[in-house]
Design a protein around this ligand. Structure first.
Ligand code: OFO
Length: 178
């Protein structure tokens, strides 16, 4: 059975992950409005990943006999002044999430909750990749500067990211389902 303290911080993290989902879907919308459909596509897949992150905490709580509580999401930023600003925010957001994951791991250790440690270890590793991905794109954006050509080349490259099979956010899947 999961303890009250760990259940409560995991419920908080479900909210953080769902807010990540919202932020990246918002960024997808912004990139579409800028005709950067490749970046929008990348963000849709990122949003999908965030939903799966939320569900990992959700299932962990349920599997241990607890109650997953869906907390209110805060109103998040919905527009950006430039693609560069959006990528900066994505990068900062991943660092913020890494801090949250490390904080949960500290609490899990303080509570001697050995059952939760493997889940947290997965997230610690995942955050290395999450930070590296956004950091790399941000550095490329900074190098591109004002070059329209560079921006569209990167946009094309990011449009090649592949949706995980069965993703409900893949337009090919939900359009085929109707
Ligand atoms: Fe982007 O890793 Fe979850 O939030």
């Amino acid at each position: 059975m999961i303890g009250e303290t760990i259940q409560s911080i995991m419920n908080e993290q479900i909210k953080n992950e769902l807010e990540s989902y919202y932020i990246y879907l918002s960024m997808a919308s912004y990139f579409h409005s800028e005709n950067l459909d490749g970046m929008a596509h990348w963000m849709r897949i990122q949003a999908h990943e965030e939903m799966t992150h939320a569900m990992k905490f959700f299932d962990h709580i349920i599997d241990r006999g607890g109650t997953a509580t869906l907390l209110d999401l805060k109103q998040l930023k919905t527009s950006w002044s430039s693609p560069l600003e959006a990528w900066k925010d994505a990068c900062d957001h991943e660092k913020f999430i890494t801090g949250k994951i490390h904080g949960i791991l500290n609490r899990v250790r303080a509570e001697n909750d050995y059952t939760a440690e493997p889940l947290l270890a997965w997230f610690v590793n995942e955050q290395i990749e999450e930070e590296a991905n956004t950091e790399k794109i941000l550095r490329q954006m900074e190098r591109i500067g004002d070059s329209r050509e560079g921006l569209f080349m990167l946009d094309r490259e990011l449009g090649t990211r592949i949706f995980p099979p069965g993703s409900p956010l893949d337009p090919a899947a939900y359009n085929a389902a109707t």
